[in-house]
Design a protein around this ligand. Structure first.
Ligand code: GRF
Length: 211
């Protein structure tokens, strides 16, 4: 199945969305961003998407979490736009099982740490970098993984580590990691689109390029 059309889910500023959009424009990956969905009407990612001419929508209460009663509406919205791949980019809600299974193997998330460390419920945004700082880590990084029914646990597709300076605080760590996020997320989409990954014992193994 060749993937062509990308939807992004974002709750905040949308810098990862911008990196995915620019990655497509520069040919780093071939997945055209066609839609952006948020759970917050005030998310500035929505403004970035509208400026880029994408379809946007806001889905809030009842659409997220394991008991979501309205997740079918989100699925319909994605299907109506022929979306092949979903990228979570600074999206803070738990994706309901119906959506995870409908997009199994083609829904990705970026996490601002080297999973499985510093992941799971409550570990997002500045909470992650504070935990990395408090632990006295000398490296941090970012992880792109496939989304499954649990927070931050799906098969890892791509990771990149970044060295930290002893004097770095949580804000400096966040800035170093965000730069890495913007670099690896478009590359993970490129690999997913072609030649893809195979799942072996729960591990995502890159397929060999077609010669
Ligand atoms: C990023 O570090 C992302 O990993 C985290 O939220 C931060 C903001 O992302 N989940 P963005 O600028 O909204 O893409």
């Amino acid at each position: 199945m060749s993937f062509r059309r990308l939807a992004v889910f974002a709750s905040g500023g949308g810098s990862n969305f911008q990196a995915l959009l620019e990655g497509w424009r520069k040919g780093v990956h071939t997945l055209e961003p066609v839609a952006l969905l948020s759970d917050r009407a005030g998310a500035s990612a929505l403004e970035k998407a509208r400026t880029a001419g994408l379809d946007t929508a806001v889905y809030g209460r009842g659409c997220w979490g394991p008991e979501a009663s309205r997740s079918g509406e989100v699925l319909e919205w994605l299907r109506a736009r022929d979306v092949d791949v979903v990228a979570l980019a600074g999206f803070l809600r738990r994706v309901p099982p119906e959506l995870v299974s409908a997009f199994r193997g083609r829904m990705l998330n970026i996490h601002p740490a080297l999973l499985p460390s510093f992941g799971g419920p409550g570990m997002y945004g500045h909470f992650v970098h504070e935990a990395v700082w408090r632990a006295g880590c000398r490296v941090s990084g970012a992880t792109v993984h496939l989304v499954d029914e649990a927070y931050d646990r799906g098969p890892i597709l791509l990771q990149r580590a970044v060295d930290l300076e002893p004097e770095d605080g949580p804000a400096e760590i966040a800035a170093r990691v965000l730069a890495v996020e913007h670099e690896i997320y478009p590359r993970a989409l490129a690999q997913l689109a072609d030649p893809g990954f195979t799942l072996q014992d729960g591990r995502a193994v890159p397929c060999r390029a077609h010669t």
